[in-house]
Design a protein around this ligand. Structure first.
Ligand SMILES: Nc1ncnc2c1ncn2[C@@H]1O[C@H](COP(=O)(O)OP(=O)(O)OP(=O)(O)O)[C@@H](O)[C@H]1O
Ligand SMILES: [Mg+2]
Length: 314
């Protein structure tokens, strides 16, 4: 199946010194909700603007729905919706006027569906765009994006500025799009905002794509902090060299450790003794993810891997 988005060594320099993105190879499969994550200035908006041919790459290439981003731009425009991070719309129009105008540009819009979207996102379409708050402007952009039922939605930080109720409704809209086999690409600074929504996430930092992971794979790498209270004192040696177990300490009848992946080996080792209580605290995906962000300061993914290796050796 053709990928929804595919980039090949996509690179953008703004002038000679200002790095946009470098050698980004990204594949977003059709029918997924994909999260594009990275800190400020990482290159998320640059990537998205390149995909829409709003700026031209310095080198590399990209296809959207199998079409070349430059040569097939008009065809892409008809099949893909884009909501930019900062919406600068026709401020003097009311929401309704703008939605009608954009609908006419697209050709045919299902008016019933448009009205449902307006209701679900609780949008007052009588107000002039320029008088709307940031979140309400964002809602106009989202209605405009969803109302044409595009094959691909590219949303640059869509949740910034939405209140929790509207955010939930927005997530339902994304899930509905996915259930119809359409693709949603969402940029965000924060994994917790999108982790329950996305199938896969890509991390971009300083212009380079660092990793693309399925949420399921990230969860497998999740760390758990565990504390076990035994009926009496136990020896640390009884828990030596268990797979996935690290930072193990035993003080009297209390064992503390961190476990990556399955708890099976540890639980079986513990079951040889009287277990009074067992507490488990899950490390958030955010923490696993942040390990990628902090390269060079001892918290990077490499440093993490090194830590694991030294544990394995110990
Ligand atoms: N028009 C421009 N001229 C020069 N440099 C630019 C321009 N637009 C972006 N950049 C640079 O490109 C890099 C990536 O910026 P980009 O806006 O793509 O980041 P982002 O990930 O979207 O960040 P944010 O989370 O803050 O929106 C930054 O270093 C930025 O300074
Ligand atoms: Mg941006």
């Amino acid at each position: 199946m053709t990928a929804a988005i595919e980039t090949h060594k996509l690179t953008k320099w703004y002038g000679q010194k200002s790095r946009g993105i470098i050698d980004v190879d990204l594949v977003v499969e059709t029918g997924q909700i994909f999260g594009f994550l990275g800190p400020n200035g990482a290159g998320k908006s640059t990537t998205i603007r390149l995909l829409f041919d709003l700026i031209r790459p310095t080198s590399g290439s990209a296809q959207v729905l199998g079409l070349d981003i430059h040569h097939d731009r008009l065809a892409i425009d008809r099949r893909v919706s884009y909501v930019p991070g900062e919406l600068s719309l026709y401020g003097d129009l009311t929401g309704r006027q703008l939605l009608t105008y954009l609908g006419n540009l697209q050709g045919s819009v299902d008016a019933d569906y448009r009205e449902k979207l307006i209701q679900r996102l609780d949008l007052d379409t009588r107000k002039r765009i320029k008088s709307l708050s940031r979140g309400n402007k964002q809602k106009v952009g989202l209605v405009a994006a969803f109302m044409i039922r595009p094959e691909l939605l590219i949303l640059d930080e869509p949740t910034a500025g939405l209140d929790p109720f509207i955010q939930l409704e927005f997530e339902h809209l994304c899930e509905e799009a996915r259930s119809e086999g359409r693709t949603v690409f969402i940029s965000s600074h924060q994994l917790p905002e999108v982790e329950h929504l996305c199938d896969r996430v890509g991390i971009i930092r300083e212009g380079r794509l660092l990793a693309v992971e399925s949420i399921a794979a990230l969860k497998e790498r999740a760390l758990r902090r565990l504390e076990i209270d035994f009926g009496g004192p136990v020896k640390a040696e009884a828990f030596a060299n268990l797979p996935g177990v690290r930072d193990l300490t035993v003080e009297g009848a209390v064992l503390k450790c961190t476990v990556m992946g399955s708890l099976d080996a540890l639980v079986k080792a513990a079951a040889r003794f009287e277990v009074r209580s067992l507490r488990s605290i899950d490390t958030s995906l955010e923490e696993i993810f942040l390990a990628y962000y902090g390269a060079g300061d001892g918290t990077s993914a490499d440093a993490q891997a090194g830590k694991e290796a030294s544990h394995a050796a110990a």
